[in-house]
Design a protein around this ligand. Structure first.
Ligand code: ACM
Ligand code: ZN
Length: 740
């Protein structure tokens, strides 16, 4: 083997002679370039495998390489080295690698990958695909591409074992084909868990042979031409589970109880407390009618359902929901009240706990564990029960300290049914929490503060969520228009999932110490080009334009496209740029910026981003005085105050009272302010105002008051602000000053 250069491509003075490091997302734990010529895949490349389980992985790789290259590469069992080959081996004795880890080398005209399990080997093949140019993902033969892979050595293993996405197929029924496409999307990012939200008030989507009305009646809503619905047969489910397993993805089905299950009560009214006949709702709401916890017939039903569910889904965990149960019916139901008396339960919450633990015990007889939303933590479940934290990190801390396995699904980072921004043109999305930018979905660490190293091991990983409530609010806009190669509904889910799924993947795959948002953004440029080839309808990033005022009253505008092969196009007349508009290559000089508009266009100008438009925040907030500075994403503290300095020299120009105001302009986080201090000539304290305030749409106490005495001409004044984002660092805004 050739000598490994332990030099980072960025640091080495020989960067021009050493190939650029391949852009792989999620970032491998270790990647070293090797001074050797690249591997070139051609029609005579051999794919070889060795070790139990390697065959399926090798065949899937060959299948994946075929459409774009046109090469029907032979796959054979052999540990032979040499020739132009890709050798995939399973070696159970590989040291220091977790089950899903792998090592990979591109050198001497071959690619070799080894892993302790087939799961790790599959991950190696996802990296192999990312060693080649983006066209490798094309569904048609790509012309004029040389399939080169840079010589390198990779040692890689995931930071967390649970790397998941939740897909809500109840509010909107996605076809089997789209679910498979979604699994492919996840596999590209080395995600390994599909949390399949199969049941909610708006539809029951899993066939249960013993209770056919669950899907025949509960799988549909509305009447006449507005009738809508569908479900997965058990054959469909077996096919999807096998498809996922071949891609190292375990499917965790969610069978909600006791709430979010109205279709079961529609199909079988005796399952509710009062036997009332309901309809499957056509508008979004959360039903207060729950499974009756008192009647024994509920148990027969639940045990039958879970028995069939366990036969279909081989994974360790079954998700039992548990969220948002309102107890109004249980409070009035004689059976539920009788049950509470008999079992010595003091509240309906304890009754939910009793019901949950009964299901937990039943599933244990089948060798399974439950996982549920964080509401189940304090209702008596055993320390084997998985806790999916969506509210606040505190439940994760409590759960992990108690010994429960915990999956982080925090609304502020992982709820991808929320838009990335508030820019005009974003599709209708959930609006009960602020936007989650790509950066915000990246800037978090799944292990919350307050855990010992041993307790932190109980944090299994993360789960992104695609809820589809919006299909009930906006069925026409989201579902009716067909898009390119997809329906509008699928395009909508692609758009919400990507590129944030990549951020999520890196959060749970790559060790915290190796993660860096700027580095991630750089690698994403190639990943976005891959999405384009895959025809994923992802959200194209809006250009980040830097504006430099020039002394002669012009502006220099500069920006770089976020997508490899993409272009930023602009206009100066306020109109939306088209594929024919001028390209912004590097930088331009303009006389005025108020009518400047720009957008990122993907490769071949197929699609464009939302518009960039300069917002003159100093005018907008004129009543607060003059702008003395801005804070930007990444500059402020991460949940803890950091001191950021703003220069008020020239603005403080006499004795008197000055009011300093913080105004949010963008990003996923409000800014929290623990206070400000003013210093003269860098060291001399002038005064401070250390009250707590915050910015955002509901800003509070965000103005600070400083009394300047003993003013001296020529002195400098600095404002030291103690500021942080409430959940991370993605916050932008301006600081203004006025004299009272
Ligand atoms: C949830 O968002 N109800 C888990
Ligand atoms: Zn009841």
């Amino acid at each position: 083997m050739k000598a490994i250069l332990i030099l980072c491509a960025l640091l080495t003075p020989f960067a021009s002679v050493i190939a650029k490091a391949p852009s792989i997302v999620p970032k491998p734990q270790e990647l070293r370039l090797i001074a050797d010529k690249p591997f070139v895949l051609n029609a005579s490349t051999q794919i070889r495998y060795d070790g139990n389980g390697g065959k399926a992985v090798a065949e899937l790789l060959a299948l994946g390489l075929r459409p774009a290259t046109g090469f029907d590469l032979p796959v054979s069992q052999s540990d032979k080295r040499g020739g132009n080959s890709i050798l995939l081996t399973i070696q159970s004795n590989l040291k220091n690698l977790k089950e899903e880890g792998y090592v990979l080398t591109v050198a001497d005209g071959e690619i070799t990958a080894s892993a302790p399990t087939a799961r790790g080997l599959f991950n190696a093949t996802r990296t192999i695909l990312q060693l080649f140019p983006p066209q490798i993902h094309s569904s048609e033969k790509a012309s004029n591409v040389t399939w080169t892979a840079t010589a390198c050595s990779i040692k890689d293993t995931p930071a967390f074992p649970w790397r998941g996405m939740m897909l809500d197929v109840s509010r909107y029924f996605f076809t089997k084909e789209y679910v498979k496409r979604y699994l492919d999307m996840m596999a590209l990012h080395k995600l390994n868990t599909l949390h399949w939200h199969l049941i909610d008030d708006a539809g029951w989507r899993i066939e249960i042979k013993k209770y056919p009305k669950l899907t025949e009646i509960g799988g549909f809503r509305g009447e006449g031409e507005n009738r809508y619905g569908g479900f997965y047969t058990q054959e469909d489910i077996k096919e999807i589970v096998a498809y996922a397993a071949a891609r190292n993805i375990t499917i965790v089905p969610e069978i909600e109880l006791p709430a979010h299950t109205l279709p079961a009560l529609v199909a079988y009214p005796h399952l509710g407390c009062f036997g009332k006949q309901f309809q499957v709702p056509t508008r979004h709401f959360i039903s207060q009618d729950l499974y009756c916890a008192g009647k024994e017939t509920t148990w027969t039903f639940l045990e039958d359902v879970f028995t069939e569910v366990c036969e279909l889904f081989p994974g360790k965990y079954i998700h039992i929901g548990g969220d948002e149960a309102k107890y109004s019916r249980w409070k009035k139901c004689p059976d539920c009240q009788e049950r509470m008396k008999k079992e010595g339960l003091k509240s309906e919450h304890e009754l939910q706990g009793w019901m949950t633990t009964r299901v937990e015990k039943f599933l244990k007889t089948k060798g399974r564990r439950i996982i549920g939303w964080d509401e189940i933590l304090h209702c008596g479940v055993s320390s084997d029960a998985g806790i999916m934290t969506w509210h606040k990190p505190k439940t994760a801390v409590d759960g992990a300290k108690r010994g429960n396995p915990v999956v982080m699904s925090l609304t502020g980072h992982a709820y991808f049914d929320v838009a990335e921004s508030k820019l005009p043109g974003e599709p209708p999305t959930a609006g009960w929490i602020p936007p989650i930018s790509l950066e915000k979905s990246y800037q978090w660490h799944p292990v919350p503060n307050g855990l010992t190293a041993a307790e932190a091991k109980n944090i299994l990983g993360v789960n992104g969520c695609i809820w589809t409530d919006q299909f009930l609010h906006n069925t026409k806009t989201l579902a009716d228009k067909p898009g390119k190669g997809t329906t509008a509904s699928e395009a909508y889910v692609d758009y919400l999932s990507l590129p944030r799924m990549a951020a999520l993947a890196e959060v749970c795959w790559t060790n915290k110490e190796s993660r860096d948002y700027d580095n991630f953004s750089g690698r994403m440029s190639t990943m976005l080009a891959r999405y384009t080839v895959l025809d994923y309808q992802y959200r194209i990033p809006v250009p980040e334009v830097s504006i430099k005022p020039n002394p002669e009253k012009t502006y220099t505008l500069s920006a770089t496209p976020a997508i490899a092969g993409g272009t930023i196009r602009y206009t100066l007349d306020g109109s939306a740029p088209t594929a024919d508009s001028k390209a912004l290559n590097g930088s331009i000089n303009v006389a005025k910026i108020d009518q400047f508009r720009a957008a990122t266009f993907g490769p071949n100008n197929q699609r464009r981003s939302l518009l960039y438009q300069h917002v003159d925040s100093s005018n907008k907030f004129a009543k607060h005085g003059k702008v003395i500075g801005k804070w930007k994403s990444g500059q402020v503290g991460d949940k803890k105050a950091k001191v950021v300095t703003f220069d008020a020299t020239g603005h403080i120009n006499s004795n008197g009272i000055y009011i300093i105001t913080f105004q949010y302009t963008g990003g996923g986080e409000r800014l929290d302010i623990d206070g400000i201090e003013v210093v003269r000539n860098d060291t001399d304290p002038v005064g401070k105002d250390m009250h707590h305030g915050f910015t955002g749409s509901q800003a509070k106490n965000n103005t600070y008051r400083i009394h300047v005495k003993n003013y001296e001409t020529g002195a400098s004044f600095k404002i030291k602000a103690h500021i942080y984002g409430d959940e991370g660092t993605d916050s932008n805004g301006v600081v203004l000053i006025r004299k009272k």
